[in-house]
Design a protein around this ligand. Structure first.
Ligand code: SF4
Length: 378
């Protein structure tokens, strides 16, 4: 097992994890709901609660806005009156909100242990080594445009911003990668190899002009010829939720529902995306299903909480099932519980900030540049 020590930037932004006090562990559901509503009422316009699509129902019902990570970070910045942004999502999302927030706003994450396994697969020091090793392999790094998925740490976004690169989301990945190809000879896409491969292929990059960079191998596991041949270098990272979907599951669904359609998130593997009828971001999935004709049948390859919510919302007109019969749960997102949310809100009522996310100024400056470049791309 690889053990990686946190960098100073990561330590500062993660902060000290405080344990949830015992008194928040023994509340009934009704008591929890009443106290959460009361705290929300007390804080009024000073508070905005953001809930990511993959968040559990007991939490998301208290959200003022729901959406994907970027939509939520923007919603927070637009809600100028709110002094406190409580982000019910994972760590990198709260960091993005802190980067984009107005100066008077503060961002809190109910449980600091709510991380993202994909974001953790790319560390700043590994990226610095990658850059050095690519140069040693004969690649002109000045002509590489680094592109990072928004599911990455602030430190990775800062490196990318400082090296002329840009952030992307699953919604705009194709437009952002096209922008980057206009500016460089090759791209380094991180941390999700699958989003990179699926999008690069859509843009016409053949698979044999892509190479996977493994940060745990010397020279990323590549020869000089491999590295120089690649137009698209893919960081070896993945989402542990979306890579659980398989082509066999698609075949089983089609056998049972020959008229049904499969829609997959682009964090799924290349084979799954190729076998699916449609692929796109969470917002694309929601929009497509809502607009689909009555009577249609869908298998959805994304996180189970979103699938269940769509299933309830669109039944009985449409049949919606998860592609994985056991359902794929984002366990780190699940760490944000109503108990943690109540503890954080009670703290605000009492004038105490629990679990504030603070991205250091220098990191924020470069990370914001990478985010701003993305926001300018249409
Ligand atoms: S679903 Fe995957 S990429 Fe999204 S937060 Fe969970 S682990 Fe990270």
């Amino acid at each position: 097992m690889d053990i990686r020590l946190l960098t100073e930037v990561e330590k500062q932004s993660i902060g000290e994890r405080q344990p949830l006090p015992d008194r928040y562990l023994r509340l009934s559901d009704d008591e929890m709901d009443e106290r959460l509503l009361a705290a929300k009422r007390t804080l009024g316009e000073r508070l905005v609660i953001l809930g990511h699509h993959y968040q559990r129902d007991e939490v998301i019902k208290f959200a003022d806005f729901t959406g994907d990570s970027l939509k939520l970070a923007r919603a927070a910045a637009a809600r100028g009156a709110a002094e406190f942004i409580v982000f019910c999502g994972v760590h990198f999302m709260a960091e993005s909100a802190d980067i984009l927030r107005a100066p008077h706003q503060k961002v809190l994450l109910p449980d600091l242990a709510a991380g993202c396994s994909m974001a953790d697969m790319a560390a700043e020091d590994q990226l610095e080594v990658c850059w050095r090793e690519l140069r040693a392999l004969g690649v002109d790094v000045d002509r590489i445009v680094p592109v990072t998925y928004i599911n990455s740490s602030a430190a990775i976004k800062a490196f990318v911003g400082e090296h002329g690169g840009v952030v992307c989301t699953s919604t705009n990945a194709a437009a952002v990668m096209s922008w980057a190809f206009e500016r460089g000879e090759r791209l380094l896409m991180l941390p999700d190899q699958h989003l990179g491969r699926n999008t690069g292929y859509r843009l016409g990059i053949p698979l044999d002009r892509m190479a996977v960079w493994d940060p745990h191998e010397i020279d990323g596991g590549l020869t000089a010829a491999d590295a120089q041949n690649a137009r698209l270098l893919l960081w070896k990272g993945h989402c542990s939720v979306h890579t659980r979907f398989t082509v066999q599951q698609i075949q089983a669904f089609r056998k049972k529902h020959p008229e049904g359609k499969v829609i997959a998130h682009p964090e799924c593997t290349f084979d799954v995306v190729q076998a699916a009828d449609l692929a796109g971001s969470t917002e694309f999935i929601i929009d497509t299903l809502r607009k689909s004709p009555a009577g249609s049948v869908w298998a959805v390859a994304t996180e189970i909480h979103l699938v269940n919510r769509l299933m309830r919302e669109l039944a009985p007109d449409r049949t919606i099932v998860t592609l994985d019969p056991f359902g794929c749960l984002c366990s780190t997102m699940f760490r944000v519980s109503p108990n943690h949310l109540l503890w954080v809100l009670d703290g605000l009522v009492e004038g105490t900030l629990h679990n504030q996310i603070i991205v250091p100024d220098e990191t924020k400056r470069w990370a914001k540049l990478a985010l701003d470049r993305m926001l300018e791309i249409r």
